[in-house]
Ligand binder design. Structure first.
Ligand SMILES: Cc1ncc(COP(=O)(O)O)c(C=O)c1O
Length: 336
């Protein structure tokens, strides 16, 4: 094993093991660690044809005291189950989820990037229907796999600002559809829109609400926040965006730092007024947005670096995750 920790991006890397559970005859099996990264499923598995598949994502950090800790794993267990409910899959008990995450992280402990490298161990649970069937219906059998891999920044350049695009001809989530859950299909549907962003030299697509195109929803990979010139943290409230655990945590930290928080409808006209804009999520942490391109309009946040309010929040969040400052809300859970 020879990993250049400071050169890590956000890519798949095989590690020692993944943990797997099978659902059959109405119950989940015990977890088993596998060293193989391969699976064999029926050509008629429901997940391939009808996309009954979902995932989640969380991280483990090597902290300043040398201990490895998870960031809010119960929140991910809850969100995974809310996705599971919507996609008609079988519930996976929260305690079983947290125990499984701990087991697989422990087994791969030497893949957790050391403290000081800026990396983390990304934990990716995935669940999918495996029973062979050709009619559209929920599967009767499932597989839940939790894989882990060391990662660095999602967008090249760490917390350097990236450009975002809004495009009037593409949408992400229907108002009463699947935007609020982590259905795999949401991400397949985002590939073409994201290709438009990439063609326009932007890293990320910012989606408006599909019904009126007047409200800001979220980025393809993360939630949206803006900072007003008088220093308020503003983030969209919508039933068709993913409830980000990072955003929820940032709202709490903003409150702790006496930064006023507005969680409400955010109009695209407000893009003119923000002093800072950021994308937030487990993978992207806080990624500042330098410009938003909306056809012939360009909203400039014109920063070479992260803005001051985003920076404060970034430092507080990563300080807690790496055990450098007090974890007042008990968000971190020790693994080893
Ligand atoms: C569409 C979308 N929104 C928001 C997020 C951020 O959620 P969280 O902070 O829980 O990672 C993610 C990724 O995790 C995402 O894929």
């Amino acid at each position: 094993m020879n990993i250049e920790w400071d050169k890590l991006g956000f890519e798949f890397m095989p590690t020692r093991s993944n943990i797997r559970f099978s659902y059959k005859d109405g119950k989940w099996s015990e977890g088993k660690l596998y060293s193989s990264n391969e699976i064999t499923i029926s050509i008629a598995a429901n997940c391939i044809h009808y996309g009954q598949a979902a995932f989640d994502g969380l991280k483990a950090f090597c902290c300043k005291d040398g201990k490895v800790r998870l960031f809010r794993p119960k929140e991910n267990a809850r969100r995974l189950n809310s996705t599971i409910d919507y996609l008609m899959m079988p519930h996976f008990p929260e305690e079983k989820f947290v125990a499984a995450v701990k087991t697989v992280v422990k087994d791969n402990i030497d893949y957790v990037p050391p403290y000081g490298t800026g990396g983390s161990l990304y934990i990716r649970p995935v669940i999918f229907g495996t029973s062979p069937q050709i009619g559209v219906a929920p599967a009767t059998e499932y597989e839940l796999i939790i894989m882990v891999m060391p990662v660095g920044p999602y967008y090249k350049g760490g917390i350097k600002p990236v450009r975002a695009m809004i495009h009037d001809k593409v949408d992400r989530a229907a108002p009463q559809g699947t935007g609020h859950v982590k259905a795999a299909a949401n991400y397949a549907a985002g590939l073409y829109p994201t290709s438009l962003a990439l063609k326009g030299d932007c890293s990320i697509m910012l989606f408006l609400d599909s019904k009126t195109h007047q409200l800001i929803e979220e980025f393809g990979t993360s939630n949206f926040f803006g900072v007003t010139p008088d220093g308020k943290y503003v983030t969209p409230k919508s039933s068709s965006i993913l409830p980000s655990i990072t955003n929820k945590s940032l709202m709490q930290l903003a409150g702790d730092l006496s930064i006023p928080v507005e969680h409400r409808d955010v109009y695209k006209t407000e893009l003119e007024t923000f002093a800072e804009v950021g994308a937030c999520g487990t993978a992207v942490v806080i990624t500042p947005i330098s410009e938003i391109i909306h056809h012939d309009k360009v909203y400039k946040y014109g920063r070479k670096n992260i803005g001051p309010v985003s920076r404060k929040l970034y430092d507080k969040m990563t300080g807690i995750q790496y055990g450098e400052i007090a974890d007042e809300h008990n968000w971190m859970m020790e693994v080893l």
